[in-house]
Design a protein around this ligand. Structure first.
Ligand code: FSX
Ligand code: SF4
Ligand code: F3S
Length: 362
């Protein structure tokens, strides 16, 4: 592999290549592509980025730049030229607004607009204002003139908690305000590698990665949590946690019955995980609450109840009733999962009745 010099901010070549390797794997590309990705970072002009903050908790920026893996934050800052970012920039007030105007003029049509947070639309958008201007006005000005728009986090991608019922401020997702395509990187917060890998992909190939029907990069959001989950064998065998702290929970069994929404949630969390210690909700014993999906605060709650109701009447008959869970695809998937979970549970019941270790035929 060609020698790649260390880049600035104290990032060693070893750390640089390590991050490029993880990002390349995240993109679903073969290891041979690491060199190409690394070379693209080294040779590309750093794209100017205007980063807007609207209605949110700043968790997206926190997870990205205050990660427990400092080289990752360094690479992100090194990869892009951050022209405006309210949380990170030194300037404030009029000085900051001046910097924004300058960046829009200087990089017109070329900068990447990253948006964090939902946008208020009610009463002229007065419930979210920066520098005395409604967020919706700022987004239209900055977003329409950008070379590309990336919505980071579930708030910007789908409205997030602000748009949850009763949505008092009329909060909407970024793509609802702009008349152009938006790349969504959802998650509350999103995985930093999904953002980094998307930017690296664009730098390497000169175009965005393939997106799903919700404008999410397929490499990160193409598969259900349930299909990649290390607890899946327990689901298949009907070994479920019934309540938090019970022996099944202590043994790491499936969290479906205590509310896991992994069967209807698309994300690479089981593989990508978070922070240096590789943590993620299910790995820590908490059900997935579907944070990468639209309207998850409404559609995925109650968070601690499973989506479909399962009945296993005495006598072995199986009856499944799927709850209404929003869009049809989710409902259909939930019904299939319910049937599967029920078969697994039924097998367990049969085993315990018969005392046989061998699986029963379905
Ligand atoms: Fe939303 Fe981001 Fe959740 Fe918070 O800023 S996606 S509330 S983690 O931080 O927008
Ligand atoms: Fe994993 Fe949740 Fe699926 Fe169980 S229901 S296998 S915990 S994703
Ligand atoms: Fe969110 Fe579920 Fe991943 S809650 S972080 S999508 S495991």
């Amino acid at each position: 592999m060609a020698r790649i010099p260390p880049i600035r901010m104290g990032l060693s070549r070893r750390d640089f290549l390590k991050i490029c390797t993880i990002a390349t794997a995240t993109m679903g590309l073969p290891v041979e592509m690491v060199e190409k990705v690394a070379a693209a970072v080294e040779s590309s002009e750093r794209p100017p980025v205007v980063w807007l903050h609207f209605m949110e908790c700043t968790g997206c920026t926190e997870s990205l730049l205050r990660s427990s893996h400092p080289p990752l934050a360094r690479l992100i800052l090194e990869l892009i030229s951050l022209e405006y970012h309210e949380t990170l920039m030194a300037g404030a007030g009029e000085q900051a607004e001046e910097a924004l105007k300058e960046a829009l003029k200087k990089y017109k049509g070329r900068y990447i607009c990253v948006v964090e947070g939902a946008v208020s639309t009610k009463d002229g958008g007065i419930y979210c204002q920066i520098g005395g201007r409604p967020a919706i006005e700022i987004l239209r000005e900055v977003g329409e003139e950008a070379g590309m728009v990336i919505a980071i986090g579930t708030c910007a991608s789908f409205g997030g908690v602000q748009a949850a019922a009763p949505n008092p401020t009329g909060a909407v997702k970024v793509s609802q305000v702009l008349s152009r395509p938006v790349i969504n990187i959802p998650g509350c917060p999103p995985n930093p590698y999904n953002f980094l890998s998307t930017v690296l992909y664009i730098l390497t190939f000169g175009h965005p990665p393939e997106l799903d029907d919700l404008s999410r990069p397929k490499f990160a959001y193409g598969r259900r949590i349930h299909d990649q989950c290390p607890r899946r064998p327990h689901f298949d065998e009907g070994r479920f946690v019934e309540s938090f702290g019970d022996p099944a929970h202590q043994q790491g069994y499936c969290l479906y019955k205590v509310g896991c929404k992994g069967p209807v949630t698309y994300s690479n969390c089981p593989v990508q995980r978070f922070c240096d210690v590789g943590t993620w909700p299910i790995g820590s014993g908490h059900p997935c609450i579907g944070c990468t999906e639209p309207s998850f605060w409404d559609r995925m709650s109650p968070f601690y109840e499973h989506l479909p109701k399962i009945y296993i009447p005495a006598g072995g008959g199986i009856r499944v009733e799927a709850e209404k869970v929003g869009r049809v695809a989710v409902g259909a998937a939930a019904a299939v999962v319910a049937a599967h979970a029920t078969i697994g549970a039924a097998k367990k019941v049969l085993k315990s009745i018969s005392g046989k270790e061998k699986d029963q035929e379905e």
